[in-house]
Design a protein around this ligand. Sequence first.
Ligand code: GLP
Length: 248
Amino acid sequence: MKIYREKDYDAMSRRAAQIIAGEITHNPACALGLATGSTPEGAYKYLVDWYKQGLVSFRDVLSVNLDEYVGLAPDHDQSYRYFMQSNLFDHVDILPENTRVPDGLTKDPEAFCAEYDAYIRSLGYVNLQLLGIGRNGHIGFNEPGDHFVKETHVVDLTESTIDANARFFASRDDVPRQAISMGMGAIMGAKKVLLCASGEDKADAICRSVSGPITPECPGSILQLHKNVVLVADEAALSKLIAAGVEV
Ligand code: GLP
């Protein structure tokens, strides 16, 4: 795993955006696996800026998002489709028909998930998968459990994830209890994984994912089995890894 140690959130965001822009420059028709959350917001801002300056174009890019809350409509301001539109898609030249986010309102989740995986396989998997990480080590919405789940699936969110995400909703009760998430098959099928983390509250998840045992109790640890992972993190997120003596 290649690790970029950045001084703060802004430097992490800039580095992550440079890697994504590099992928697009190298392969303008690439498939990007995209993520939501506060972690990638800054990287998306850089990409929008660079698009406006004519430095990068999404005209031929395909995107597939990691996850979506069950029960939220695309225009709900906490849905991940809404997040992607407002943070990236509405500001760049990506074609709407080339963007995919799981449908939180699907009437047939099983069929939907199977189709989502079939689409990702039809791309030959994504060229670059962007990931944040939950405080409990979740990636996408693959929560800690006793096995890794391969397929796109409906997940019951853990109490810790509901707590962490409650800050975005009017109250904790408004946080959806379920989500649709890409499984580990689609994530690990990516040709390159770009894992980003910022802040002290991610230090434990990063340390366990990078240097702990490979276990579904820390879903991010599966990335140790991937041959091409780039971790971009700030000092605070790397602090436990550094304290554990890992060279970064
Ligand atoms: C969310 C998302 C993840 C994200 C993680 C961390 O629940 N499902 O894709 O990586 O939690 O979010 P944040 O970046 O806001 O800390």
